[in-house]
Ligand binder design. Structure first.
Ligand SMILES: [Zn+2]
Length: 218
C-alpha cells in the first residue's frame, strides 16, 4: 500500500482497528490512544492535483497485558485492507532451530513482511540450504542435496515434494521471469513459508513437543 496525501482532516468517528499484533502475534482489536485519527484524501503518485480516494490512519496499541506494542495503521475502506507499521510478521517457534537455519528463516519472514517477494523466495531457498548443511546432506546442487536429505531426517515422504517446490520457488526468485510458478507474489511466498515452517517443526521440534507432554506425567 502506498499512500500519497492530497488533504487530511480529523476523523469524524472512531475507527475500529483489528489485526495481528506485529510484536506478540495475537489477533486483537487494538486500543485507541489519546491521539486523533486522520481521514486522508489521497492522490495517485505523480498527479498531486486531484484527490483519488480516502483512507484512515492513526496510532494504536496492542491490548495484550504483557504487550501494549505501539503501531501505526492505515485503513483503506475501499479494499477493506489494513496495513501496520512495523509490519506484521508470520509467527513461529524458534526453539531448537540451529543458528544459521534460524537466521535465514527469520530473514525470509522479514522480507515477506516487507512485501519483498523475490527476496523471500531466495531466503526460503537459503533456509533449505542451511538445513541440508546442518544435517549433512550432500550434492553439488540443491536437487541432489534434497534427495540426500531423505536419508538424514525422519519426516513423511510427502515433504520432499514440498521441498522441491520450495527449490523451484527459489529458482524463480533468481530469474527475471517465473518459470515454474505463474508468478512470485504474496500467495506463493506465504504458501512456501507455511511448508517450510512445518518442515522445520518436523525436523527440529517434534521431539520437544512430545517430551513436553511426557514430562507432565506423574
Ligand atoms: Zn501485542
Amino acid at each position: 500500500m502506498s499512500i500519497h496525501i492530497f488533504g487530511n482532516t480529523p476523523a469524524t468517528r472512531p475507527i475500529t482497528v483489528k489485526g495481528y499484533c506485529p510484536d506478540c502475534g495475537d489477533s486483537v482489536t487494538f486500543d485507541s490512544l489519546r491521539s486523533v485519527d486522520l481521514t486522508i484524501t489521497t492522490h495517485e503518485k505523480g498527479i498531486p492535483q486531484t484527490g483519488s480516494g480516502t483512507c484512515h490512519a492513526g496510532l494504536r496499541s496492542c491490548p495484550g497485558a504483557d504487550c501494549h506494542f505501539l503501531v501505526f495503521y492505515i485503513y483503506d475502506p475501499s479494499s477493506g485492507e489494513t496495513k501496520f507499521f512495523p509490519p506484521v510478521k508470520i509467527s513461529f517457534d524458534k526453539k531448537n532451530l540451529p543458528k544459521k537455519v534460524l537466521q535465514a528463516f527469520e530473514e525470509a519472514i522479514d522480507c515477506f513482511a516487507n512485501e519483498c517477494f523475490m527476496s523471500t523466495g531466495m531466503m526460503i531457498r537459503k533456509t533449505l540450504e542451511e538445513v541440508c548443511a546442518d544435517r549433512g546432506a550432500t550434492g553439488d546442487n540443491l536437487f541432489k542435496k534434497i534427495e540426500s536429505l531423505k536419508t538424514k531426517v525422519s519426516v513423511p515422504n510427502d515433504f520432499f515434494d514440498g521441498l522441491h517446490n520450495l527449490r523451484f520457488l527459489g529458482n524463480d526468485a533468481a530469474h527475471i521471469e517465473s518459470q515454474v510458478f505463474a508468478s512470485l507474489g504474496h500467495k506463493e511466498c506465504q504458501a512456501g513459508l507455511n511448508v517450510l515452517r512445518m518442515f522445520l517443526q518436523s525436523v527440529y521440534q517434534y521431539k520437544s513437543i512430545l517430551e513436553e507432554l511426557d514430562s507432565l506425567k506423574s
